[in-house]
Design a protein around this ligand. Structure first.
Ligand SMILES: NC(=O)c1ccc[n+]([C@@H]2O[C@H](COP(=O)([O-])OP(=O)(O)OC[C@H]3O[C@@H](n4cnc5c(N)ncnc54)[C@H](O)[C@@H]3O)[C@@H](O)[C@H]2O)c1
Ligand SMILES: O=C(O)C[C@H](O)C(=O)O
Length: 334
């Protein structure tokens, strides 16, 4: 039984994510923090007849500190979402500072908590959290995760559509590796639990891959200025948080793609760097979770030449995104 904290809990993701965590029997305490509205959200959720005790906190009266005290798992969906025409990197200007400040709170109050970063641009915000933790001398790469589960969820859903049977979606597992923005999102359909049809053409594979890579844009466009994916993200965030909590409670054999610091498992991380041909510090890949967080970083395995090409396109953009996050904390210029 764990204490989960949501930072940004009154937002479009935060509220449904908090609902799903309140309904999770593994959550004993749920603390909700935001700059607005958390007392109301917490009061509302607290009437649900599940065991988790819910409390809401605002910045006044040391709210962040109170929310984080005793935290096992901290999920961060705080920050602004995209509008049509924006890239995730366009959010850096605002979200980098928000994530840095929240990370400072976690590093100070709950340095051992598992930190799950949803705020975009994930490729850069995860390094920001790491650098803040390093500054406080409490960085443990095993405990920091960029949440890329929505890409995995989309790959399952879109594969099921292609296979003509949407009921398959929950059982389809496609590793999605790289990062979480556009071309850095690399679905490995050749490793799907449910292979694509034998006569699936190269152009259809390209279209399916592009749909996963730009699935976020599909939602941003449909919402037409009212934000980005919230409900599907809450579902994905709760899925991933549940995996982390289960692993923390000692459940074995839990593997999920997530964006991690490759020093979390030196052997696996080094092997992965060799595979991608670049010494990046962060990459999303299948990770085995354990009670201490990252237990094992899996390598990518056998790739098709199409997938190798996708990785080679992803790597330079990822490198730029990572450097941007790291240097923001080293020398803040914004
Ligand atoms: N990783 C992913 O797959 C994924 C998917 C969807 C969205 N996102 C990202 O998640 C973030 C949130 O999206 P949303 O739709 O929930 O946005 P939103 O605007 O609906 O909610 C964000 C919440 O953050 C709060 N907030 C702002 N500054 C804060 C601070 N300093 N401390 C605490 N809370 C603060 C706001 O008050 C708001 O309630 C965006 O950056 C978005 O791009 C990531
Ligand atoms: O697309 C976005 O900006 C939000 C999120 O990263 C997504 O993938 O839906």
């Amino acid at each position: 039984m764990s204490k989960a904290v949501v930072l940004g809990a009154a937002g479009g993701i935060g509220q449904p994510l908090a609902l799903l965590l309140k309904c999770n029997p593994l959550v004993k305490e749920l603390s909700l923090y935001d700059i607005v509205n958390t007392p109301g959200v917490a009061a509302d959720l607290s009437h649900i007849s599940t065991p988790a005790k819910v409390e809401g906190f605002l910045p006044a009266d040391d709210g962040l500190k109170k929310a984080l005290t005793g935290a096992d798992v901290v999920v961060i969906p705080a920050g602004v979402p995209r509008k049509p025409g924006m890239t995730r990197d366009d959010l850096f200007k605002i979200n980098a500072g928000i994530v840095r400040d929240l990370a400072t709170g976690i590093a100070t109050v709950a340095p051992k908590a598992f930190v799950l970063v949803i705020s975009n641009p994930v490729n850069s915000t995860v390094p920001i959290v790491a650098e803040v933790f390093k500054k406080h001398g409490v960085f443990d790469p095993k405990r920091l995760f960029g949440v890329t589960t929505l890409d995995v969820v989309r790959a399952s859903t879109f594969s099921a559509e292609v296979l003509g049977d949407v009921s398959l979606a929950p059982s389809i597992s496609v590793p999605v590796v790289g990062g979480h923005s556009g071309v850095t999102i690399v679905p490995l359909f050749s490793q799907s639990s449910h292979p694509l049809p034998k006569d699936f053409s190269e152009s259809s594979l390209q279209a399916l891959t592009t749909r996963v890579q730009f699935g976020g844009d599909e939602v941003v466009k449909a919402k037409d200025g009212a934000g980005s994916a919230t409900l599907s993200m809450a579902y994905a965030g709760a899925e991933f948080a549940t995996k982390v909590i289960k692993a923390l409670n000692g459940e074995k054999g839990i593997v999920a793609p997530t964006y991690v610091n490759l020093n979390a498992d030196k052997e696996g991380g080094d092997a992965l760097k060799k595979e991608i041909g670049k010494s990046l510090d962060y990459f999303s890949t299948n990770v085995e979770l354990g009670p201490e967080g990252v237990a094992k970083i899996h390598t990518l395995g056998k790739l098709t030449s199409f997938e190798q090409g996708l990785i080679q396109t992803a790597v330079p953009e990822l490198e730029t995104n990572i450097t941007k996050g790291v240097s923001f904390v080293e020398t803040p210029k914004l």
